[in-house]
Design a protein around this ligand. Structure first.
Ligand code: HEC
Length: 219
């Protein structure tokens, strides 16, 4: 019996009894979105996924000015990743003391002046692992198994209002400051593509590789 009092929980029975109204709504949304994407000078009515396309309304612009073509610099910004062993780290370097300035200029407004205040999640501190399992307050310092992940995550996602805007030197520096503030590297640490992968995170041995290859136990 389901928690909501006996309604069927099987997804199969849901799809079999999809209400007709919902089907109409889905068809209408499809029709609108397909029509919006169709070429404006397409005067013939065509058939896509069973939905008839209407002509573009009179006065519709030739193109909708959404987005911009992805040039090679934009592609390069996103087409990268840094692996746990450091593969993918770019050239450059930065110290914890340089990183403090980067942090205060680009991160502190959300993560707080020392990385503990928020309102965005704390980046410094965190509970220790006890016998009861993972720490309740999970931060970079208490939970992340690899320091290199910071160089994957920060250029991709941070600062949240301008991801990808830091230089490689600034990124190494802010990572050095974050790790020093967590007591993981010394305050005079300088990080680069060879020293960052050598940093051993406190939570490193708290994770095991999932080597299951299939079978009923993971379905
Ligand atoms: C505009 C606000 C904002 C700014 C500025 C910002 N962050 Fe964040 N940051 C966030 C939010 C919100 C999250 C949580 C995102 C989520 O959970 O998806 C976050 C998450 C993170 C995390 C992951 C924390 C965890 O334990 O999962 C890291 C690391 C981080 N930010 C680093 C930085 C760094 C370094 C900077 C400056 C270069 C920065 N952030 C600037 C809002 C911000």
């Amino acid at each position: 019996m389901s928690p909501r009092g006996g309604r069927p929980t099987s997804t199969r029975s849901h799809s079999r009894v999809r209400p007709p109204l919902l089907r109409v709504a889905v068809a209408a949304i499809l029709a609108v979105s397909v029509a919006a994407c169709s070429a404006p000078n397409n005067s013939s009515t065509s058939e896509t996924e069973g939905v008839a396309l209407a002509q573009s309304p009179p006065g519709a612009p030739a193109r909708f000015a959404f987005g911009k073509p992805a040039d090679s610099a934009l592609v390069a910004l996103w087409a990268r990743d840094v692996r746990p062993d450091g593969a993918g780290l770019p050239p450059g370097k930065g110290s914890a003391s340089q990183g403090k300035g980067v942090y205060l200029a680009h991160c502190a407004m959300c993560h707080g002046p020392t990385g503990t205040e928020g309102p965005a999640p704390p980046l410094v501190g965190g509970d220790a692992w006890g016998k009861g399992g993972p720490p309740k307050l999970q931060t970079i310092g208490s939970y992340w198994p690899y320091a290199t992940t910071l160089f994957d995550y920060i250029p991709r996602a941070m600062p949240q209002n301008a991801p990808g805007s830091l230089t490689a030197d600034e990124t190494y520096a802010v990572i050095a400051w974050l790790l020093a503030s967590n007591g993981i590297v010394s305050t005079d640490a300088v990080l680069d593509a060879s020293t960052l992968p050598a940093v051993r995170m406190p939570a490193r041995d708290r994770f095991v590789r999932d080597n299951r290859r299939g079978g009923p136990e993971i379905r």
